[in-house]
Design a protein around this ligand. Structure first.
Ligand SMILES: C=C(O[C@@H]1C=C(C(=O)O)C=C[C@H]1O)C(=O)O
Length: 442
């Protein structure tokens, strides 16, 4: 009987592991905060301003490609969440059993979307620090001492990664500068013909390094310089994104929508300049509004009390200014009484107009046709989810994919509207690659 039942389940649910996790509170972290634990290139990382988490080792992994990658990931994670046995005296969202995840931007991508449950998670949120150990072995004893010893061993076994990469060269990727300009021109034409209102076009560049990449050092560098961004590392996808697709804590969902960009490099010293040029510019405001509308339209049916500010603020990063809006909403329970998880919402909200365009299907088709590259995980959701459904999914921007120890593919894109100019968009894409170039010493 059990056999018949389990055979009727989707593969993802049948293959989901039964996990146990124990969380221990630890003494407050030293001044370096979480970054003191970002020492290995193979760790899973999600952090901002010294808070966040670092995952070591792996006890379970889910992989998928195609249009149903999110649905299958949800089925797998919900089976894991239903069977997990957790002891968590802290109880703060994100402190217990959890997975780090990265999803391909497009359903046609060759990139394998993954969810990885680490063996250990060390985390910090303000004054609270913790260590979680996760096991797929029902008989294993999960003690604090064993967890601390394993963590110490992980931190000791550091590869030759303390030095910043020694430089190298940056060359064209699949989409050359010329290809990108041509795509922007074609995108503007498609917008003028009325097929679309907004389109986000991206390009790649290939960093060939003189010495093997020091991933942990690159992440620390990004985290220190880009304090307003969420630094991430999941299975070769690294970067620091300023854009939060969705964050879920209990019944509250928040998002940070960005669209509208101004390079700081050539800006005059006038403190009013970014506000005047960004918030006061019709093209930028229009682009920004489309990004907010795409989020609120998708989120609307699932929430009540959605608060989206009437006026965006100017987010200042070391390389660029952005128009930014923080949206917050209360999640409604669905028919089974459960509120949507961070993973559910990542599927619903991806891709927003900030990285795809408006309307979504026409923009996604135009991206496939005009870019002609596989975006892989670039501009897809990256983050974590716990077994209670809390989580954070950023949009994987301002980063790259480590393709080999000496090769990293960088990606950046720009929102195109009818007033867009190819040279200005190309310059903006360079500005968006600057954080990774600096961290790679290129
Ligand atoms: C597409 C990217 O960024 C997005 C596009 C923006 C714009 O066009 O103004 C701003 C922020 C992001 O939503 C990227 O960084 O690659």
């Amino acid at each position: 009987m059990t056999h018949v039942l389990s055979a009727a389940l989707p593969d993802e649910q049948r293959h989901a592991p039964t996990l146990r996790s124990v969380t221990f509170e630890r003494p407050a972290m030293a001044d370096g905060g979480l970054l003191d634990y970002v020492v290995r290139g193979d760790s899973l990382v999600w952090g901002r301003r010294g808070d966040g988490k670092v995952g070591f080792g792996e006890v379970a992994r889910f992989s998928a490609r195609g249009a149903d990658r999110f649905a299958r990931a949800r089925a797998w994670w919900s089976a894991v969440a239903q069977s997990v046995e957790s002891a968590n005296p802290i109880g703060i969202p994100g402190t217990g059993a959890q997975a780090f995840a990265s999803f391909a931007f497009d359903e046609t991508s060759h990139w394998v979307s993954t969810m990885i449950v680490p063996r250990l998670v060390v985390g910090r949120r303000g004054e609270t620090s913790w260590l979680t150990i996760i096991s797929a072995d029902p008989a294993e004893e999960l003690s604090l001492q064993a967890a601390e010893e394993e963590l110490a061993a992980e931190l000791d076994a550091v590869d030759e990664e303390s030095e910043l990469s020694s430089g190298g060269s940056l060359g064209p990727g699949v989409v050359s500068e010329e290809d990108f300009r041509t795509a922007v021109t074609a995108g503007v034409r498609a917008i003028e013909s009325g097929e679309l209102t907004k389109l986000v076009l991206a390009r790649d560049a290939v960093a060939d390094l003189d010495s093997p990449i020091a991933v942990a050092q690159v992440l620390r560098e990004l985290a220190m310089r880009y304090g307003d961004c969420w630094t991430y590392s999941v299975d070769g996808l690294i970067g620091a994104t300023p854009e939060m697709l969705v964050s879920v804590e209990g019944a509250t969902a928040t998002a940070r929508v960005l669209a509208g960009t101004l390079d700081r490099r050539s800006a005059p010293a006038d403190p009013e300049y970014p506000r005047r040029v960004l918030a006061g510019d019709e093209k930028q405001r229009h682009e920004h509004q489309l990004a907010i509308d795409s989020l609120t339209a998708e989120l609307g049916p699932l929430v009540s009390q959605m608060v989206a500010p009437a006026e965006p603020f100017v987010l200042q990063l070391p390389n660029v200014w952005h128009l930014a809006s923080d949206v917050e909403a209360h999640l409604n329970p669905s028919y089974d009484g459960r509120t949507p998880t961070a993973l559910d919402l990542a599927e619903v909200l991806h891709p927003t107009a900030a990285v795809c365009g408006t309307p979504t299907p026409a923009a996604a088709a135009a991206i496939r046709e005009l870019e002609g590259m596989d975006r892989g995980p670039y501009a897809g959701p990256v983050g974590w989810v716990d077994t209670d459904g809390n989580g954070e999914f950023g949009i994987a921007l301002r980063g790259g994919v480590v393709e080999s120890p000496t090769r990293v593919r960088l990606f950046a894109g720009c929102g195109i509207v009818s007033a867009s100019e190819p040279d200005a968009e190309l310059a903006e894409s360079w500005a968006k690659m600057r954080p990774m170039r600096e961290a790679l010493n290129l």
